[in-house]
Design a protein. Structure first.
Length: 87
């Protein structure tokens, strides 16, 4: 039983590492978006885009059997960090 638990925890750690890598990749893209927005004089906050991102994430969550509230909270956190990065 302990071997199975250790294996599962190892898999979770691997996924967590991938999540952090993906967040870093997302942040790199956010920097590029910020640059384009700056060139165009566009505001950092795009409420309609953020709403669409949340809706999409909730739809994907449902498809994968995940609580949409979790997906929504995660995306809100990521977008908040993105806005902070853009300012």
């Amino acid at each position: 039983m302990e071997d199975r638990l250790a294996a599962l925890r190892h898999d979770i750690d691997r996924i967590d590492d991938n999540l952090v890598r993906l967040v870093a990749e997302r942040q790199q893209l956010v920097r590029q978006v910020a640059s384009i927005k700056g060139e165009r004089g566009a505001p950092v906050l795009d409420s309609s885009r953020e709403a669409a991102v949340i809706v999409r994430a909730c739809e994907r969550a449902r498809e994968h059997g995940i609580a949409p509230e979790l997906a929504s909270a995660l995306m809100k956190l990521l977008m908040s960090a993105s806005r902070a990065l853009q300012t």
